[in-house]
Design a protein around this ligand. Structure first.
Ligand code: S3P
Length: 422
């Protein structure tokens, strides 16, 4: 594996449960590629683009609700993003935008010999994805498209714009040949026992497992997820991944229980402790702060620990604390900014489930702290601090699963994380 490391991330909201990182990191392993793939929590596209530039992220996958907004930020666009007025892949370096969603849908259809021509089609949901599916389907001639949504007015509006049927209430779905669902659980909206045996359900949600009482042909959202990601692999690595192998891998991941543990990492002053406190409060989790635990254990304040026992002693204690909390559930762990300076801690963090990198610009971070209480920073000049910031950024990036830009309002940051894990 000697190719240049490519940094990628998926941007969306909510995004905590996106399987894109699992997908790409798996392909990186399978095909021996140097990819590091993360999630970005954000509610602002411009922030996400700035964060990507600060962290030298090369490519972004874009998901709801930002697909349309990225279109505006792009400087170049592929044909498909023009057609659908939406972007799902973005090259941060040259700001070019792509949309591989339609290719993903086409692949599901063609690989499974499904034709939409002259079919009666039901789309459940009335958001951006439903809109993309309508535009996509219209290229297959003579079909009849109907949309159905819990919020009736939204469906009415979309049906009007796209000139398709709109259904207010469905008791029986036996009239439909193909059903697309863009909502979390289609079974809450339609009576699945009325779906015809020879009908096809294409679900965009990937949390529902194929079930024995699905008498119809069912494609879960992993199909779309995998097929829309394949063009990226072809474009960047001229590699066509194996569908079945990937599907089997992701279906297993999908079933793993969550361990409800969130770990916050980042530079001094990035906001870890304040975010940790409030987050723990809201989520009703316990908060453990590695700095505090070590102070309590030694009975000394951090500058004194450094003075008396040295930096290695402190770093080893940090690793011990991480090791100790590995199995803890329903906890938030706030870590010291230097925790990633120790290889043992890095290895432990890599096995933690949800490690969130709290990123704030250096200037902003320094404005939040009292430098005298930070032994490493206190003894460094500006150039050294800048250097430390850059070097550590790479390490935080390496061990985290998700990144959040905490440059503005800390309450917004807390809310964003909270809503992702609720
Ligand atoms: C340190 C950061 C501090 C604290 C100790 C060492 C560092 O944590 O663990 O002073 O090496 O940068 P904060 O991130 O809470 O400042």
């Amino acid at each position: 594996m000697n190719s240049k490391m490519i940094r990628m991330a998926v941007v969306g909201n909510p995004i905590a449960h996106s399987l894109s990182p699992n997908l790409f990191n798996h392909w990186a392993n399978e095909y021996n590629l140097n990819i590091s793939y993360k999630r970005i929590f954000t509610n602002d596209v411009e922030d996400a683009i700035n964060l990507s530039s600060n962290l030298r992220i090369d490519y972004l996958n874009v998901t709801a609700p930002f697909k349309n907004q990225f279109f505006k930020f792009a400087e170049k666009r592929d044909l498909s993003s023009y057609v659908y007025f939406a972007v799902n892949f973005f090259n941060c370096k040259n700001k070019s935008a792509f949309n591989f969603d339609a290719i993903g849908l086409s692949s599901i259809l063609s690989k499974n010999n499904i034709s939409l021509k002259e079919k009666k089609i039901l789309i459940i949901g009335a958001g951006d994805t439903a809109s993309l599916i309508i535009d996509f389907i219209k290229q297959f001639k003579n079909n009849e498209i109907s949309i159905y949504n819990r919020t009736i007015n939204k469906a009415k509006k979309l049906s009007h714009i796209k000139r398709v049927n709109f259904i207010e209430k469905i008791d029986n779905t036996s009239g439909f040949d193909v059903i697309f669902s863009t909502i979390p659980d289609f079974r809450e909206m339609i009576n699945q026992s009325t779906i015809r045996k020879d009908a096809i359900v294409i679900d965009l949600n990937y949390s529902i497992k194929k079930n024995d009482d699905f008498q119809f042909k069912y494609f879960d959202g992993l199909h779309w997820l995998i097929y829309q990601a394949m063009p990226v692999m072809i474009m960047l690595y001229q590699t066509l991944p194996h569908f079945d192998e990937t599907y089997n891998y992701l279906s297993e991941i999908n079933n793993l229980p969550k361990n409800n543990q969130i770990t916050l990492i980042g530079f001094s002053g990035s906001g870890k402790s304040s975010i940790g406190k409030e987050l723990a409060n809201r989520m009703n989790f316990d908060l453990y702060d590695t700095d505090e635990i070590i102070e309590n254990y030694t009975g000394l304040e951090i500058p004194l620990i450094f003075e008396k026992y040295g930096v290695d002693y402190f770093r080893n204690l940090e690793a011990k604390v991480l090791e100790y909390f590995a199995e803890y559930k329903n906890v938030i762990i706030a870590t010291g900014g230097g925790i990633i300076e120790n290889q043992k801690s890095i290895n432990i963090l890599k096995n933690y489930n949800d490690v969130i990198y709290i990123y704030s610009d250096l200037e902003q971070s320094l404005s939040r702290i009292n430098i005298d209480s930070k032994p490493i920073l206190k003894n460094s000049n500006n150039a050294e601090i800048e250097n430390l910031f850059t070097q550590r950024s790479d390490k935080y990036f390496e061990v985290c699963n998700s990144i959040i830009y905490n440059n503005h309002d800390i309450d917004e940051t807390i809310k964003l994380i909270y809503e992702n894990y609720r």
